[in-house]
Design a protein around this ligand. Sequence first.
Ligand code: GAR
Length: 195
Amino acid sequence: MEKSKSNSKKRIVVFASGNGTNAINLYHYFRDNEKVEVSHILSNNKKSRVLRRAHDLGIKCIHFDKEDLQESTNLLEVVKEINPDIIALAGFLLKIPESFLAVFPNQIVNIHPSLLPKYGGEGMYGERVFKRVLKNKDKESGITIHYVSTHYDEGETIAQFKIDLEDNEDLNSLEEKIHSLEYEHYPKEIEKLLF
Ligand code: GAR
């Protein structure tokens, strides 16, 4: 039976490791929503900008260590207590353990800055992806929103969005294009999953 919630809003918990622009974008998108809230931002990186930004905005934050996630059940208990409807990874660099996937089946989603299966897998994140795309002189790129599975970037695709690349595309312009796609589509796709 579903645990009772202190309010009737659907809850999103965001896991992020770095800058957190997507995490904060999700927060702003749902801030005035009567049915959905980003209730917590969790990070494995104590010094991350995401935790500083979340703290400044008054969002509930939790820091945890890699071991908390992978070896102990404490973090899982904490997240179970929050009782999220969706866990959204946003620039989160650690692997989600099976214990989480078992408790939250089809409730953990990720955003990846390429058209998977291209440029996915362990170690492929952020700038590393963009450098490969540019090196290969790809004519198009994009983002993938997908369910999380036990393997990096291999869960079922929820949606993909594409952009055309110019001949003079560089790291900055590509990053900017990809981020705009992410900010536009990640909140909307999560909203669709919630209802
Ligand atoms: C985003 O572009 C996201 O797609 C990517 O990290 C960036 C985080 O930016 N995720 C991955 O590469 C996952 N493999 P942000 O911290 O500013 O949201």
